[in-house]
Design a protein around this ligand. Structure first.
Ligand SMILES: [Zn+2]
Length: 319
């Protein structure tokens, strides 16, 4: 039995109900003697050692009304908020919270801050899940300061679970973008198809992945992405598990999918290379866990254990 996916398992009641619209309830949370906040910003999440810092809300509270504070929920210690320590500046593009660039460029370093990508490997299961939740939510707030219907300014409501346009009144809800991620398995050949992007370190290969298109089922997205990226036809995908990926707000939906026919040769230019790897090659690569300091040589390197891509590969090895 494999562990739960990294970036899942937040131990918190998200209070995803009408209490968020009750001013009295909200005032009781913001004024609670044990109200605390996670602090996230451009350099990542504030930590103490290898644990999240839960700072008294009164120390970091921004100058906003109760209803504009972002409440993550209530955990064993009381109400837990999240505060953006680098709030977006009008007219400027807000970067992703603690993640550097979209393609994995490192976040700016700062003391007692942990980049979002490191969080999945450093923090406990539950704290990693909490960071994924807080990061995805703050990324959404940063990117939705203006109404997508009329262009008017929006403001947080429902303790950070909604933004409302001050001009046309449209309510905007946090979005999650579905991404299919799939391991193409050739049962007869006892091999799997992996690809690599040019920006990755040499020898690193991973599963294929892509955004679900509007009006498309997950099954259709898997088949289309595999065909576009590597030019082969696949059969019905089998769902395995999912992982939130807060860069900025994706949900990775993981599948194994059987190879049917075709030679490798995709039509988009997303991948630099794709090839089949034997079970022996993959097993040898999986034995190495030195993500930051991979061994010399010319062998395959896999994604880190914190990524669902790695889990899909490990499940195939175990199966
Ligand atoms: Zn509007």
């Amino acid at each position: 039995m494999l562990e739960p996916n990294a970036l899942t398992g937040a131990e918190i009641d998200r209070v995803a109900d009408s209490r968020r619209r009750d001013p009295e309830w909200l005032a009781a949370q913001t004024g609670h003697p044990d109200a605390r906040a996670l602090v996230l910003g451009d350099a990542g999440v504030r930590v103490v050692g290898t644990a999240l810092a839960r700072v008294p809300l009164t120390e970091v509270r921004p100058d906003v009304a109760d209803e504009e504070l972002v409440l993550l929920g209530v955990d064993d210690g009381g109400p837990l908020f999240v505060v953006d320590e680098d709030p977006p500046v009008d007219g400027e593009r807000a970067p992703l919270v603690g993640a550097g660039g979209m393609r994995g460029e490192p976040a700016p370093e700062a003391e007692e801050r942990l980049g979002m990508r490191s969080a999945a490997q450093t923090l406990s299961q539950a704290e990693g899940g909490l960071v994924a939740y807080a990061g995805a939510l703050l990324n959404w707030h940063r990117a939705h300061r203006f109404c997508s219907v009329c262009g008017g300014a929006t403001a947080p409501r429902e303790a950070g679970m909604t933004r409302v346009c001050g001009v046309c009144g449209t309510h905007h809800h946090p979005r999650t973008d579905p991404v299919v991620i799939m391991l193409v398995v050739d049962d007869e050949g006892d091999r799997v198809l992996l690809g690599r992007q040019a920006v990755w370190p040499p020898r690193r290969y991973s599963t294929l992945a892509g955004f679900v298109s509007p009006g498309e089922s997950l099954e259709e997205a898997v088949a289309r992405e595999v065909l576009e990226e590597v030019g082969v036809l696949v059969g019905p995908p089998r769902y395995r598990s999912s992982q939130p990926w807060p860069f900025p707000c994706s949900l990775m939906l993981g599948f194994h999918v059987p190879y049917v026919e075709g030679e490798i040769g995709g039509t988009d230019d997303e991948l630099q290379d794709a090839r089949w790897f034997s079970r022996a090659e993959v097993r040898e690569a999986a034995a190495d866990d030195s993500w930051d300091d991979p061994p010399e040589g010319d062998g395959l390197l896999l994604p880190p254990r914190s990524a669902i891509a790695r889990r899909l590969i490990e499940e195939w090895l175990e199966g």
